[in-house]
Design a protein around this ligand. Structure first.
Ligand code: NOJ
Ligand code: CA
Length: 553
């Protein structure tokens, strides 16, 4: 297979929710038609793959992650016809679309659950997880504490308790039931047939778990193999991307030793340590997480690196002391914290809207080994609204213009309020204003994406974390076939100077890929490289000329 067949390796992913992206029919809710009209914006930004958050029929009590019909689109966003039109527009622009696959649970409104609760003899009864008595450990393992207090809730109609890892309106499916698995493949097949390029799989660690009141903890990773096999039979180039917030050493179970399970995973271990490094200027735990996550991953597998997502910034896997330090810097106010472990803020406000730190963060994102993912609105530096509930704080509508509701809708009221006034209000932060300003953050990111796409070493190569003589600096070297690169990021506000011996068959010259300050090796082949406070540099190693684009792979 040619390198480019693995499109996901060198992709730029953009995550959005149709509800808050662009409202076209003026009812205050984003829709497929609105999104279709914004694909050209995304293509121009340099995005190659859009991850659409849930858009199926849903009572919408968890942002669409509570599905009541897997084969229908919610009428809030339009019709199935509008969805297909939307897919067609994306395809015409060369954009791939990956969609959420919420296979761990359904809404309790789903007809399967309704049938299951109404009749013990219903074939759907065993699609869910029941107990006559509430298990003693029912208060443990809730995902949204303290909002949600139990994982077992009594259903009067069923006369039993049902299990739910998330909110009580999201009943867990018994993923070990064969009939359910067959239905799941049908659902995958359905959306693949409509042209999606794969699935972002929700809650994978829970999906593979053996569930029940008295079962011994066990995980069935074979399910992931089955799903992958089915996927690839139907669509050779489709991918599965896992949401699995697990320690680095468990990721192998998800990728599979043979690379025969999921091709991609969101890199939670690195994400959490990135914020520790931003907060403390100390990249040591980040270095460890990078080394741990890149060690021995199967050749075809790929990490998805990200800064923020639509959820809280989950710091649950830092030590208590580390988490306290991050809270102190980025969420000093208790209202900014969530679920005893996370932060419900956007990136720009956390970094004090400081352009230097924002550039550092994005330069890192685009040079971390893997595929980068952007959260909608972060490319223009949007802020949050802490007056909204839980995670909704960071899910406000996209800010397109300086017009009312940021140009998101012409309705009087929008689905969630647009951030209005102040530093992050739509009047100041919007796409239109940034489009016209060559120095805007959005135009800076667009240029960075262009460079990133020309650096296949980052997405394909072997990455090595190098220790150097400046503690606050992260140095990464990437090698792929005949090409090699180097990136440096200074987490401190103080300028640094460091010394590096670079293995290089060329003339000892490092080509600056972002600026124009190339580096020449000094005596004994050692480079002395300077970085401003929060500075970053990308160099190509061993270049024959100043060519910035595709190295001779
Ligand atoms: C993970 C999703 O990212 C989150 O938004 C959702 O609430 C849970 N899974 C439950 O589906
Ligand atoms: Ca609408």
């Amino acid at each position: 297979m040619a390198i480019d067949d693995y499109w996901f390796k060198n992709a730029v992913i953009y995550c959005l929710n149709v509800a808050t992206y662009m409202d076209c029919n003026g009812d205050g809710i984003g829709d497929f038609e609105g999104l279709s009209r914004r694909f050209d914006y995304l293509a121009a930004l340099g995005v190659t793959c859009v991850w659409l958050q849930p858009f199926c029929c849903s009572p919408n009590r968890d942002n669409g992650y509570d599905i009541s019909d897997y084969y229908g689109v919610t009428p809030r966003f339009g019709t199935s016809g509008d969805f297909v039109e939307c897919m067609n527009t994306a395809q015409a622009l060369g954009l791939r679309v990956v969609v959420d696959l919420v296979a761990n649970h359904t809404s309790i409104d789903h007809p399967w659950f309704q049938a299951a609760r109404a009749d013990r003899k219903s074939p759907y009864r065993d699609w869910y997880v029941w107990a006559d008595r509430r298990p003693r450990n029912h208060a443990q393992g809730t995902v949204f504490p303290p909002v949600q207090k139990t994982t077992w809730t009594r259903d009067r109609k069923a006369g039993q308790y049902y299990f739910h890892r998330f909110y009580d309106h999201q009943a867990d499916l018994n993923t070990w039931n064969q009939a359910y698995r067959e239905e799941l493949y049908k659902i995958m097949g359905y959306w693949l047939q409509l042209g999606v390029s794969g699935f972002r799989m929700d809650a994978v660690p829970f999906l593979v778990e053996k569930k029940g009141a008295n079962v011994k903890p066990a995980k069935d990773f074979a399910l992931l193999q089955e799903m992958r096999r089915f996927l690839q039979w139907r669509a050779r180039d489709a991918i599965l991307l896992a949401e699995a917030n697990v320690p680095a050493n468990e990721s192998m179970h998800y990728f599979g030793d043979e690379g025969d399970r999921l091709q991609m995973m969101l890199n939670f271990p690195v994400n959490q340590r990135l914020y520790y490094a931003f907060a403390t200027h100390d990249p040591k735990p980040l270095k460890r997480a990078l080394r741990d996550t890149i060690a021995n991953i199967p050749r075809d597998a790929q990490w998805v690196q990200f800064l923020r997502s639509h959820d809280e910034l989950d710091l649950g896997r830092l030590t208590e002391e580390q988490r306290a330090k991050v809270f102190q810097v980025f969420a000093p106010d208790a209202t900014m914290q969530l679920y005893n472990r996370g932060i419900r803020r956007r990136l720009a406000p956390m970094l004090g809207n400081d352009r230097r730190r924002l550039e550092l963060a994005y330069s890192l994102l685009f040079s971390l080994p893997g595929t980068p993912m952007i959260q909608y609105g972060d490319e223009i530096g949007m802020g949050e609204d802490l007056s909204l509930n839980e995670r909704e704080a960071t899910r406000t509508p996209m800010q397109w213009t300086g017009e009312p509701h940021g140009g998101f809708t012409s309705a009087k009221k929008s689905v969630l309020p647009v951030v209005d006034g102040g530093i992050f209000g739509y009047q100041k932060v919007n796409v239109n204003a940034q489009r016209r300003d060559p120095n805007s953050f959005m135009n800076w990111i667009t240029r960075l994406i262009r460079v990133r796409k020309e650096c296949m070493e980052i997405s394909w190569g072997e990455c090595e974390v190098i220790d150097c003589d400046a503690d606050p600096v992260l140095v990464l070297v990437y090698r792929f076939r005949k090409a090699a690169m180097l990136s440096l990021h200074n987490f401190s506000d103080v300028a640094q100077s460091l010394h590096l011996k670079v293995r290089d068959k060329g003339g000892g010259r490092l080509i600056d890929l972002i600026g124009s300050e190339h580096s020449r090796a000094g005596p004994r082949g050692i480079h002395e490289i300077a970085l401003d406070g929060y500075g970053y540099r990308w160099f190509r190693i061993g270049a024959v000329d100043e060519t910035l684009s595709r190295a001779p792979y």
